[in-house]
Design a protein around this ligand. Structure first.
Ligand code: KG4
Ligand code: ZN
Length: 337
């Protein structure tokens, strides 16, 4: 047991995640979500999320320790998401992590949430190829990253200029009368529809950048649906869902592969909640194969926000001899990569 035992805490959005790893071996990954409390608002309410984190934190840590079969005394380091995310939500995790670090006399590592989404794949598929390109798509972010070394060197290549991909899924789902969070519902509806039924716009498709834009698409879908409804026509939800989804995953996969080509990288990783999307996975597989790029996608439970991803990155920092964070580190809602 010369590998470090790391406890990771994630509270950047609505998931209270506590994970425990030994090196890259996953021992526990407990998640308490406040998603149902936000459902009636159609989006995450920051104050509600912070309160839920506060209540869920201690039980989640205890459950994770029990699941891993270890005690507080076995922990070698604490890792925590320091940002980016919701300020009040981050603060709960950072404060808890500082308390555990101080109380247990073990080092604290504040980590970047986006880098943690990349690092988590090592728990399932082993060491990351250096370099790789990562496409991170969730309710809060849509980014393309060049990753020479996930613990020390992650470079942003592009990101969304407006809505995140998951946010677009959630907003379009709302227009279609599907529950929040809408991504999984659109995914399911789309299986019964045709992605070619409606030609929705693909934002920034040929603009030469590695940035994304989804708000025009979201508005186009809303206008299309409203126009049909105003005319008293019924809409075929599966076709609209599939056509919207096709527009999103077409742009995501096109730009991800473009990033690999530009930087001469042979390995693409896709993470974040939207990586659970079945059409994104299928189209990415198809296009990567055609481009000679190897594709890594963690299983859905590791794609959505969780504590194990934070612990995984923490383990890399410990193993790499990185300097721990000061006990005064802030929660930084806009922490840059
Ligand atoms: O990573 P995540 O759990 O939390 C954030 O950091 O946002 O991602 C949640 C997002 C939501 O917008 C949700 O609708 C979307 O991921 N999502 C999906 C699917 N499953 C979750 N979007 C499309 N297809 C899915 N199957
Ligand atoms: Zn996330």
């Amino acid at each position: 047991a010369d590998q470090p035992l790391v406890l990771g805490i994630e509270t950047s959005c609505d998931e209270t995640g506590v994970g425990i790893v030994r090196g890259h071996t996953l021992l526990a990954n407990t998640i308490a979500s406040s998603v149902e409390q936000h459902a009636r608002f159609g989006g995450v309410v920051p104050e509600v999320a912070s309160r839920a984190h506060l209540e869920a934190m201690t039980p989640a840590v205890e459950r994770a320790l029990a699941e891993a079969g270890v005690g507080f005394g076995d922990i070698d380091a604490i890792a925590v998401t320091a940002g980016p995310g919701l300020a009040g939500a981050l603060l709960v995790g950072v404060a808890a992590a500082k308390a555990y670090s101080l109380g247990l006399g073990v080092p604290l590592y504040g980590v970047n949430h986006l880098a943690a989404h990349v690092a988590v794949d090592q728990l399932e598929h082993g060491p990351l190829p250096k370099p790789c390109v990562a496409l991170l798509v969730s309710g809060g972010h849509s980014s393309l990253l060049l990753v020479p070394d996930v613990a020390h060197d992650v470079i942003s290549l592009g990101s969304t200029v407006d809505d995140a991909a998951g946010e677009a899924f959630d907003k379009v789902a709302r227009v279609l009368g599907l529950p929040f969070p809408g991504g999984p519902h659109i995914d399911r509806e789309a299986r019964e529809g045709s992605g070619a039924a409606v030609a929705f716009p693909r934002g920034k498709y040929d603009d030469g950048t590695l940035d994304f834009s989804f708000s025009g698409l979201k508005t186009a879908v809303a206008r299309w649906v409203e126009a049909r409804r105003a005319a008293g026509e019924s809409i075929h939800v599966p076709d609209v869902a599939a056509s919207f989804q096709e527009a999103v995953v077409d742009v995501l996969t096109r730009k991800a592969i473009d990033a690999c080509r530009r930087y001469d990288v042979r390995d693409l990783l896709i993470g974040g909640g939207v990586a659970a999307n079945s059409r994104l996975r299928a189209l990415a597989r198809e296009r990567c194969q055609a481009a000679g790029i190897r594709l890594r996608v963690p299983r859905p439970g590791l794609c959505t926000d969780n504590g194990a991803m934070v612990a995984a990155l923490g383990a890399d920092l410990v193993s790499g001899g990185a300097a721990p964070s000061a006990l005064t580190i802030p929660a930084d809602s806009s922490l840059p990569i």
